[in-house]
Design a binder for this molecule. Structure first.
Ligand SMILES: Nc1ncnc2c1ncn2[C@@H]1O[C@H](COP(=O)(O)OP(=O)(O)OP(=O)(O)O)[C@@H](O)[C@H]1O
Length: 569
């Protein structure tokens, strides 16, 4: 079933973009003003220049006003064009910000099943590549296309009033020029994509060769690896050649076309033929203005091709982002679930002692739980297990029997197919997010650092965890001395070489204990440690686990913690 936790949260690109633009009306107005202003002011200088030339050809001096007007209009056009670019960039950034915020809001609401199905690379490309294509839609897509279309139309209109013959030539020529430009751009793009693929294959080939150097020597595959590398480099070279060819051909073709059109119009206007003169006749000043317009009209036609490309990529990007917004979310908010009871009121476990939760309910109870990830593969069958407050229990069992699955059900990531998974008598999956951090402390096989300082590894940026609490857990885990010996103590930025593997695992325990959780979940935490470090970690763990409920997972045959429970398939 697909649903959204917050029904007011917009999850449609087609709504996010207009609502972002509506929030920045002044910005949008300024963009439109600068776009239209730049198009109109760019038309004036050639006209003024034409007038100056006409005045000069009559043997009189042009007025200072005309000369100043010419330069002022050139400057104004430049100013408006740079303002347009700047404002478009700001607008694109606003849209990028809105899209990424909504994508992140969606990401944290995704269900565990959906997260499992997602390729990490594909998710990252939604946030980065696809959002960038939507930003480009505004910075170099729709608005630029509108500006270029206005420019072409206004130049054509002006030429029509100045030289109908030239306007007719352009009406015939521009579609041909447009299709030629698109042809060149498409071929260049496909050559560039081929080149990028070939370069990335060649780049990957080098570390792969170094990584497998012993196997290559052992199997005598040096020649084969060399040939592969040559092939990738050859592909890249051929693709580059194609790009260079089109690049080299396009500009001369446009310049020659420009020159041919100018020459044709000049020849016809100077031919003296009365028929030709009705279409092409013009004064010297108009000739200068027209030549100016001819050179101006080619560049927007060239840009139009790229803008179409940008819009096509943005449409594909919007489609992919929309797909992401359609992914399955977690079950509805617990505040709407009647049996989430006391958890929903304050979001903490303290309230569980209240009258709404049955006082005799065990801390953790698997009540006849049956669970499978897919319909055909049963992982847990009719599991009955009770953990009382203060209990310390180790789950034992061979690999694949479902020990980690028990934790996932307990953390409320999945729902049992049948039976009930209860915490203090409340279904685990209906416990609010903020109550979970107070309720569970989770220690995994290895430490997963977050970017930040040593303190932030422990607090996970939770402002409610005080410096005293950080110090206390560091002492409990015997890390306090090690941390105080660091240059910046708790404020030392974290890097892999800062601690040994055992110390990282101690930091993991400190992190789990920092929020003073009621239940500690330990997932084979000593699996990667040597015997001595293991004893060290277990000692720290015993101190942290005092007066706490602990549920641990172990591959071993005997329990590291309290009593044991053997899971069987
Ligand atoms: N996300 C998932 N989607 C589908 N099947 C899964 C998923 N996670 C685990 N499984 C399957 O469920 C079964 C139990 O896995 P689980 O990780 O709970 O076992 P385990 O007892 O913790 O194993 P180990 O001790 O090796 O970590 C396995 O057969 C595994 O392939």
């Amino acid at each position: 079933m697909r649903h959204t936790n917050n029904p007011n949260e917009t999850t449609s690109v087609r709504q996010i973009i207009p609502s972002t633009l509506a929030q920045h009306r002044l910005l949008v107005f300024c963009i439109l003003l600068s776009v239209c202003g730049a198009v109109l002011t760019a038309l004036v200088p050639p006209l003024v220049l034409g007038r100056i030339i006409d005045t000069l050809t009559l043997g009189t001096m042009p007025s200072l006003f005309l000369v100043l007007l010419y330069f002022a209009m050139l400057a104004l056009t430049g100013l408006l064009e740079s303002a347009r670019e700047g404002l478009l960039t700001i607008c694109g950034q606003q849209i990028t910000h809105s899209l990424r915020s909504r994508l992140m809001a969606k990401f944290v609401r995704l269900s565990a099943e959906e997260l499992n199905r997602q390729e990490p690379g594909a998710v990252v490309s939604r946030f980065v590549g696809d959002v960038d294509t939507v930003e480009n839609l505004f910075t170099s897509g729709i608005i630029s296309m509108f500006a270029d279309a206005c420019k072409i139309l206004s130049i054509l209109t002006l030429i029509w009033f100045r030289n109908k013959g030239l306007a007719l030539i352009f009406l015939l020529l521009l579609p041909l020029l447009f299709f030629f430009t698109r042809h060149v751009q498409k071929n260049m793009l496909s050559a560039q994509i081929e080149n990028r693929k070939a370069v990335s294959r060649a780049s990957a080939h080098v570390p792969e060769t170094l990584h497998n150097i012993r196997t290559i020597h052992t199997l005598g595959k040096e020649r084969y690896m060399e040939q592969q590398y040559d092939r990738y480099i050859g592909d890249s070279y051929r693709a580059m050649e194609r790009t260079n060819f089109y690049d080299a051909v396009y500009s001369p073709v446009i310049l020659i076309l420009n020159a041919v059109v100018v020459a044709l119009v000049m020849l016809l206007s100077a031919s003296g033929n009365p028929r030709a003169l009705t279409l092409f006749g013009m004064s010297a000043g108009t000739a200068v203005a027209v030549m100016n317009y001819i050179s101006q009209i080619f560049s927007p036609v060239e840009s139009l091709g790229m803008e179409i490309q940008t819009i096509q990529s943005a449409v594909a990007g919007i489609h992919r982002i929309q797909e992401f917004f359609g992914l399955q979310e977690k079950e509805p908010s617990p505040s709407t679930t009647p049996d989430s009871g006391a958890f929903a009121e304050s979001g903490t476990m303290d309230s569980c002692a209240g009258t709404q939760t049955p006082s005799d309910a065990p801390f953790v109870e698997f009540r006849d739980v049956t669970f499978s990830y897919d319909d055909d593969k049963l992982v847990l069958s009719h599991l009955n297990l009770t953990v009382e407050s203060g209990d310390q229990l180790t789950l034992l069992g061979r690999t694949g029997v479902g020990k980690s699955t028990v934790f996932k059900l307990l953390l409320g990531l999945y729902r049992p197919d049948s039976g009930q998974m209860l915490i203090h008598g409340v279904p685990a999956d209906s416990i609010p997010e903020d109550a979970r951090r107070k309720l569970f402390g989770y220690v995994e096989q290895s430490f997963h650092p977050v970017p930040g300082t040593v303190r932030e590894q422990i607090t996970l940026f939770d402002p409610s965890i005080s410096d005293d609490a950080v110090q206390k857990v560091a002492e409990l885990t015997e890390l306090a001395d090690t941390i105080s010996r660091l240059d910046l103590g708790y404020d030392t930025p974290c890097s892999p070489e800062l601690f040994s593997q055992g110390q990282w695992q101690l930091l993991s325990i400190a992190r789990a204990a920092a929020s003073d959780p009621e239940l500690l979940l330990l997932d084979e935490i000593t699996a990667n440690l040597d015997a001595e470090t293991e004893q060290h970690v277990l000692r720290a763990l015993r101190r942290v686990s005092k007066n706490r409920t602990v549920l641990s997972i172990s591959h071993r045959t005997s329990a590291e913690f309290g009593r044991s429970y053997s899971l069987r398939s």
